[in-house]
Write a protein that binds this ligand. Structure first.
Ligand code: ZN
Length: 191
């Protein structure tokens, strides 16, 4: 998939208008392409953690595994979520459960996706005045688009749905709220 690679390597502008999702700190890459920036874990500065045999520095988002080294050199900017490997995700998840770090539900979902399927860029839309993010894997040439949409009547709680743009179907028939309008966006979506 050709994914506007020039745009991806472009310099970031930090978006200051975060009214719609105040919990998600995003960096603008292109007209409508975003990535998630992780919060700064200041309380973890100078601390090392281990996940199996991997040494992790969560303050600097570094892990001793090969994937982390590769991604760290690729994604140099700020707190780019795409730097993270599965070990960083698992460690952050356990620290979140221990209430030692604060992470919102959407950031956790994005971390989980990233750890399972690899780096993803986000396209941001508003459907019936609700924020919807489309996630496209940067590496895999896939027809599946992740759709992060808020759960009905649960403000700020997101769920990941997946839509196959060539087969025009939802994975496991799970559809988000306002799925008709979202499908219209997805079917005109061209990355
Ligand atoms: Zn790792």
């Amino acid at each position: 998939m050709i994914l506007k690679s020039k745009a991806i390597s472009a310099k970031f502008d930090i978006i200051n208008d975060l009214r719609v999702i105040p919990i998600l700190k995003t960096l603008k890459l292109h007209d409508n392409i975003y990535i998630c920036a992780l919060p700064e874990f200041n309380n973890l500065k100078g601390k090392s953690f281990y996940y199996y045999n991997n040494k992790i520095d969560l303050y600097n988002l570094k892990c001793s595994c090969e994937i982390s080294k590769e991604r760290y050199s690729q994604y140099k900017d700020y707190r780019d979520i795409r730097k993270t490997c599965a070990h960083i995700y698992k460690k952050l998840l356990s620290l979140k459960n221990e209430k030692r770090v604060e992470l919102d539900n959407l950031t956790l979902l994005l971390l989980e996706t990233q750890s399972k399927y690899g780096p993803e860029v986000l396209f941001r839309y508003s459907v019936k005045q609700k924020e919807v993010l489309f996630g496209v894997n940067e590496i895999a040439n896939s027809s599946w688009i992740n759709v992060y949409s808020q759960v009905k009547n649960e403000e700020g709680i997101f769920f990941r749905y997946s839509y196959n743009s060539s087969e025009k179907r939802w994975r496991s028939s799970l559809r988000p709220d306002n799925s008709t309008e979202i499908e219209e966006q997805l079917n005109s979506f061209n990355c």
